[in-house]
Every structure is written in C-alpha cells, then in structure tokens.
Design a protein around this ligand. Structure first.
Ligand code: DX5
Ligand code: ZN
Length: 223
C-alpha cells in the first residue's frame, strides 16, 4: 500500500524577512521536509541559499532537510554542509563525473543520498546507482529558478521512473518531483507515481492562501 505523499517545502520561496514565521507555519501545517535549493551560479545561472541559511533554519526548527545541490563538483563541497541523520541530500547527475563517489560521501556524512535529473537526462542514468540511492528527484522544470512552467514530457518521465525503480526492486526509493507543483499538476504527478512533492511558488507559497491552507489543499491532491 502506498503511503500518503510527502511535502518538501521549497525554502527559496519562503519570506527571507519573515523566515521564522514561515517555518513555524510550515511546522503547524505538518510539512514533512524543508527543501533547500543550493545554487552556485555555474551549474545553474542563479545563486541561491547557503550553509549560513541552513544554520539559520536549524536554529529554529528540527524539521529534516531535503538539500538539493545545484552546484558543479559537489564532491569537493559535501563536507561544507551540516548534514544530519534523516536529511536527504541530492546531487545532480549532470554535475559531476563522480556521481557514485559523491553519493557514498553523503552516506558517510550521515545523510540519505539522492540524485536529481534535469528534464533531458534519461532515467536509465540511474541504472548503476540504485543500491546507493534513497531518493530520485525528477525535475519538472529546468533547474535554477522558481516560477518556471512544467516541461510537459516530465509527467511521462515520472511514470517511467516509477516503473524503472519498481522493476529493479526499488519500490522504497522515494520519487520526488520538483518544479511547478501546482494543485492540478500534483494530482497528475501523484497518479504517475511520485511520493514527495516540492511545494514552491506554484503550490505552497501562494498569494491567495496562507501556508496552512495551501498545504492542506496540496496534501488533498497527493493523498
Ligand atoms: C527549481 C527549484 C524548486 C522551485 C520549486 O530549480 O529547485 O525548488 O523553487 O518551486 P516552483 O513551484 O516555483 O516551481
Ligand atoms: Zn529544488
């Protein structure tokens, strides 16, 4: 039986001014993880979040983190991060020639290793990594910015990934979807087999609803 879908709240979409307030609202709403996008301006054309940000977040919550590293050569920087038991840490398949070694480093640091795939990267890239993976992040947008439109073929890619994982005996590998998770897309992504949903500017941090209301609506779409 499938467990209810999980929400990982995209902290780059939270209020920097009222970060503490937003984190407490996310806790009250019962979100499962805080998604921390780390960008280096090289792997993606944007700079975002940092160790300092993680430190600030840790000072006000015990929620586990879901770090999404969009940086080149993450193997040289894993030791920069405050990784704790229960956190997910994902690197991009496209970001290093040493994917496996970096996943091993994450595990040694106490984290749950994950791989993120940009929209054009084939699912089969995961073939020889499955034993070392706790999570696969299927990007539904080109990485780097909040507020981008879903690349339509990623819905099929989510279904292909679920099939691929299940056919390799990896039913317990978490399938996360990141980018343009609206309420409507969340239902379709859920039907395609996703388990964890990044709530960003499309489905959680919305002008029309407070965080608690948006989270409830999003959970209704992914149960
Ligand atoms: C995209 C980021 C996402 C993004 C999701 O590169 O990884 O976390 O913030 O939010 P929206 O809903 O704005 O796409
Ligand atoms: Zn992300």
């Amino acid at each position: 039986m499938k467990l209810r879908g999980k929400i990982s709240a995209s902290m780059m979409c939270a209020s920097l001014i009222d970060l503490k307030r937003d984190i407490h609202e996310l806790e009250k709403a019962g979100v499962d993880y805080l998604h921390i996008d780390i960008m280096d301006g090289v792997f993606v054309p944007n700079l975002m979040l940092s160790n300092t940000f993680i430190k600030a977040v840790r000072s006000v919550t015990d929620l586990p983190l879901d770090m999404h590293l969009m940086i080149v050569q993450p193997e040289n920087k894993i030791h920069w991060f405050d990784i704790r038991k229960g956190d997910y840490v994902s690197i991009h398949y496209e970001s290093t020639s040493n994917v496996l070694g970096t996943l091993q480093m994450i595990e040694e640091a106490g984290g749950n290793p994950g791989v993120a795939l940009s929209p054009a990267t084939p699912v089969e890239s995961l073939s020889y990594l499955l034993e070392n993976l706790k999570l696969v992040n299927i990007m539904a947008v080109n990485p780097g910015f909040a507020g981008r439109a879903m690349v339509p073929m990623t819905l099929k890619k989510i279904a292909d990934t679920r099939k691929f994982l299940d056919s390799h005996g990896r039913e317990n590998t978490v399938l996360e979807v990141d980018g343009n998770v609206t309420f409507e897309h969340a239902r379709l992504m859920r039907d395609a087999g996703a388990d964890m949903f990044v709530g960003g500017s499309s489905g959680l941090f919305l002008d029309e609803y407070p965080i608690g209301v948006a989270a409830k609506k999003l959970y209704d779409c992914i149960k």
